[in-house]
Design a protein around this ligand. Structure first.
Ligand SMILES: C[S@@+](CC[C@H](N)C(=O)[O-])C[C@H]1O[C@@H](n2cnc3c(N)ncnc32)[C@H](O)[C@@H]1O
Length: 277
């Protein structure tokens, strides 16, 4: 089971339609054609934006022949960027209907509907037969799915033998205190996180090999700190654009994430692994 039913409690996800206001404020007319690079500063719900997506292109050698699945694709930013830059095919699986619909409309406006195929579903229900993807990619979605053995089993089943996985996720660096555990499970909808070794063992148990775990904690901590500073600096403009309630909710969410990273028990991880033959 995903933590899905309560996911709208998370302030980051309450008003995804704000992206239309951000696009309009950037000077684009309603329903006008877009390029993914024009909207990439609004539609990436992970850390370090398209730089993190460029890394996947290099690490996994993605090209126009590649078939990818993006798990927890949000507003579709990473999937569109991958397709626009490399010509690859991406199946973008997103659990929340509202995010999914916005993702579809942006993909259409970017004229990428031929290469990005959006599906509104829980990844745990994704059909395995005939999938055979070259790669599984995912940014900050695994943290919402506590049933890791089902999730990793699913990833393995939908990859071709030798297929690769590139995941960015949280992990447990130290024991969370009561307040941290509450923020994680309620405000971040992240009821469970493995420690580093535990994560590695789970991957190996589920038929992944060449498991490379890269600690991103330091640069993610810098990113979330700068994100708060930038948001506060732009608060007046953001309030004018999206209203006080939305602005306060986003600011609160960003500050809670910063608090978790500053406390030192939350870590950030990039995982690159290969499905064993
Ligand atoms: C932090 S957002 C990241 C979105 C996107 N990966 C990005 O980087 O822009 C995580 C997304 O995962 C989705 N998600 C969570 N659990 C899911 C599940 N079981 N199946 C599909 N999507 C899921 C959430 O709804 C959310 O949109």
């Amino acid at each position: 089971m995903s933590s899905g039913n309560n996911i709208k409690r998370m302030k980051l996800y309450r008003h995804p339609e704000r992206i239309y206001k951000e696009i309009a404020a950037a000077g684009y007319k309603e329903n006008s054609p877009l390029k993914e690079k024009d909207i990439a500063s609004f539609d990436q719900y992970h850390y370090l934006g398209v730089n993190a997506v460029d890394d996947v292109i290099g690490c996994l050698k993605i090209d126009s022949q590649s078939r990818l699945i993006d798990i927890g694709s949000g507003l579709g930013g990473p999937a569109r960027y991958l397709a626009e830059k490399t010509g690859c095919q991406v199946t973008a699986v997103e659990f929340q209907p509202e995010m999914h619909h916005i993702a579809c409309s942006l993909t259409e406006r970017c004229d990428l509907s031929g290469s990005v195929h959006h599906l509104c579903a829980d990844i745990l229900d994704f059909p395995e037969k005939g999938s055979n993807f070259d790669a599984v990619v995912s940014w900050l979605a695994f943290l919402h799915i506590p049933n890791r053995s089902s999730l990793l089993r699913k990833c393995c089943k939908i990859l071709k033998p030798g297929g690769k996985m590139f995941i960015e996720d949280f992990y447990k660096r130290g024991e969370f205190n009561q307040e941290e555990a509450r923020i994680l499970s309620e405000d971040v909808q992240c009821p469970y996180l493995p420690a580093l070794e535990e994560y590695k063992n789970q991957l190996i148990e589920n038929n992944f090999t060449k498991v490379d775990l890269i600690d991103k904690t330091g640069c993610w901590n810098d990113f979330v700190r700068e994100r708060v500073e930038k948001f506060i600096g732009n608060r007046k403009r953001y309030t004018g654009m999206c209203g006080i309630k939305v602005t306060e909710e986003i600011e609160d969410f960003y500050k809670k994430i910063l608090q978790l990273f500053n406390n030192g028990n939350l870590g950030g991880l990039r995982i690159i692994a290969v499905k064993d033959f």
